[in-house]
Design a protein around this ligand. Sequence first.
Ligand SMILES: Cc1ncc(COP(=O)(O)O)c(C=O)c1O
Length: 388
Amino acid sequence: MGIPAFRSRPGHCRVPAVTDWFDEHAPRHVRSLDVYQPGKPIEELERELGISGAIKVASNENPLGPSPVALQALPAALSQLHLYPDAGGFALRRAIGARLGLDITRIALGNGSNDLLYQLVLATCEPTDEVLTHQYAFLSYRLAAQVAGRPFVAAPTTPELACDIDALIAAITPRTRLVVLGTPNNPTGSVITKAGAAKVLAALPARALLVIDEAYAEYAAAWPEVDHVDGLALMKDDRRVLVLRTFSKIYGLAGIRIGFAAGDKAVLDVLGRVGRTFHVSSLAQTAAIAALEDNLHVAASAAHARRQLERMQVEIAGPGVKVYPSLANFLLIDYGRPSPPIYDALLRRGVIVRPMAAWGLPNAIRVSVCKDSELERVIETINDVLAS
Ligand SMILES: Cc1ncc(COP(=O)(O)O)c(C=O)c1O
């Protein structure tokens, strides 16, 4: 395999000094944090560029909108906003448990699934414990480790940028505490196979956990012919597996912030100790309980994403262009040349994509699915810019 796993060092990624105080007194691991660059709101970009009618395909949101069943449930919750939310999230955990066939002690709620990931690092890792993933994994895995000041390790991937199971296993050390794998992974869209996950578990030290981030699992379900691991099934057989799920993607509730972890009761118990009280709002809990019943929205969104990805995979083309296979609601496109000018040209034409330089992919952009009425324009604009 040859390429060693990346290991973070304090200060490996310097952020410009903010103040003298910051330089002198802020903890070293905080000074060296990578800064997450969120995409700008569409209105802000339109104002900056003096354009209108822009299409944002940059954040893997659901272009079909929020679950209509969730929207119907929200007004009734408004009259209760003077009350603190249910800190134990009992009704929602019961609803999730009933849906997944799990006792509620095996479910924990978070302010989005990212929140749970950060909690997990704090709750499980001693200062020298390592968080391991692969080189092109979701950026939050690295950030969660860095925020907690824990060593972060990224194993090399396959040439297709997917998780190389053997390289990942080779990067496991006695200090490995969390192995975090997204499936489908953001930004590559690649999945972990059933055999791959089993191999990782077989190599996992007894003290470590395998965290399977299934933010896009409901989209992957629309591809039954492709072998990919079912984290929840794996979790039922092995106490060391923890699954993260979110309502941000297929349920269309990214703005209300709600996700959950499913895992062993003892692991969730420690997770609960570092979480803040009342961090999952009552509106989020109400919306999620309702959304869980919205089979129609889930099915329509998954089918819509698959249809669009299949079309984009065929129609986005050009010399040197590579479109990676994806089972999520976005595609990674490599141009074989630096993507910033391509990103800028797309922006000026009102198509907002995600540049991938921060992921270490300077030649790539990520494009999310869009409304059907927008697809033609997105494909045409991308191809025009590629040809120019
Ligand atoms: C792989 C992956 N995991 C987790 C998340 C975070 O989701 P949430 O909104 O639940 O924090 C995202 C969001 O883009 C994601 O792509």
